[in-house]
Structure formats: structure tokens, C-alpha cells
Design a protein around this ligand. Structure first.
Ligand SMILES: CC(C)(COP(=O)(O)OP(=O)(O)OC[C@H]1O[C@@H](n2cnc3c(N)ncnc32)[C@H](O)[C@@H]1OP(=O)(O)O)[C@@H](O)C(=O)NCCC(=O)NCCS
Length: 103
């Protein structure tokens, strides 16, 4: 999904269907020059609305680095909850949160 403002691309987000009832979101990104204006919230809200309209979807999941405060705050504000914390030693021990929204 692409988000355009005055026909200028300002954000992208992708999804993939992981199973009959689960859609996974990824590559959620807003133009650095257009952050903090509500575009990320709008983008993820639209994407969630889009995927939950697909038949049988009951769960939306995503992964986010624990230290990525803007993203974690955004997803939490939209109702996503942490289901698991995973530490991958291959990338400096950064912790990844697995988050989920029941729909
Ligand atoms: C995460 C991202 C998509 C948010 O997009 P955005 O357009 O800046 O976010 P919004 O303006 O819609 O803000 C929505 C909420 O996100 C949170 N947020 C946004 N920027 C924040 C910041 N700098 N610090 C803390 N929380 C922040 C807040 O909860 C905010 O709600 P509020 O305005 O009511 O406080 C954007 O920062 C981004 O593209 N980051 C780089 C890519 C990335 O990390 N993507 C996520 C990968 S999982």
C-alpha cells in the first residue's frame, strides 16, 4: 500500500497472508521529512482496515525492534499488543517485539 499526499509518495507498507486467519504487516515506512504529522497512523489504520476486510482474517501481526519508540508507540496506540520478545544475537543483541492485533 502506498500513501500519497498531493500525489507525492510519502509512505509505504506491505502485508502478506501468513495463514487463513493471519496477515503479517511489514516495511512500514514514512518519508523522514513527513514524520510526526499523523501519516504513519493513517497508513497503518488504512492497512489494518484493508486486511481485516479480507475473508477469515482474525489476527494482524508485525515485528518491531524494541528500541524503535516511534513505531512501538504507534502500534500500541492502534491496539497491537506484544506477544513475544525475541533477541537475535546476530544483530548486536537487539530485541524484536512480536506484536499482534486481534480483529
Ligand atoms: C514509525 C513511523 C512509520 C511513524 O510514522 P509517523 O508518520 O511519524 O507517525 P505519526 O505522526 O502518525 O504518529 C503516530 C503515533 O506514533 C508515535 N510516534 C510517532 N513519532 C514518534 C516519536 N518521534 N517518538 C515517539 N512516538 C512517536 C506516537 O504514538 C504518535 O501518536 P501521537 O501523535 O498521538 O503521539 C515512522 O517514524 C517511520 O517511518 N520510521 C522509520 C521506519 C520504521 O521504523 N518503520 C517501522 C518498522 S517496524
Amino acid at each position: 500500500m502506498a500513501l500519497r499526499v498531493d500525489n507525492v509518495p510519502r509512505g509505504i507498507a506491505c502485508y502478506t497472508r501468513r495463514s487463513t486467519d493471519t496477515v503479517h504487516l511489514g516495511r512500514i515506512l514514512v518519508d523522514p521529512q513527513a514524520r510526526g504529522l499523523g501519516l504513519g497512523r493513517s497508513l497503518v489504520e488504512h492497512l489494518v482496515k484493508h486486511v481485516t476486510a479480507l475473508s477469515d482474517v482474525r489476527r494482524v501481526t508485525l515485528n518491531v525492534y524494541e528500541h524503535n519508540n516511534p513505531a512501538v508507540n504507534l502500534y500500541s496506540a492502534l491496539g497491537f499488543v506484544v506477544t513475544e520478545t525475541v533477541v537475535a544475537s546476530s544483530i548486536d543483541g537487539w530485541a524484536t517485539l512480536r506484536m499482534q492485533l486481534a480483529v
